[in-house]
Design a protein. Sequence first.
Length: 122
Amino acid sequence: MKKLSTNEDKVILVCGDFNVNLNETLDSHQKRLKTDFLKLIKQFNLECTVKEDTRVTERTSTLIDNILIDVNRVKAKTEVFETGVSVHKAQEIVFKEFYIKTKKNNIPLTATNLQKEKYRNF
């Protein structure tokens, strides 16, 4: 992961159920887990994009599912929505721009100028 996070021609996206509650209603143990998790992902220049609770039951509401991106190299919008299939809400990320280091410079790739075939495996 460290090798990928320093590679200027790659963009990292990590998503999933991290089982670390990132919302504000935390006890001291959960606060420590949250702090450790945020420190860990920061080492790889990653930040959480989901800001609202993703697992909601009758008794609890937690933010444990997330999408992590390098916000310095990717501009995106994340939404959370109910599917009716699980207590976990779905997350969707829509990319607006990528900043990829080329031999010449950092170029923004937007939805309008991104050539899918050329950048398929970046």
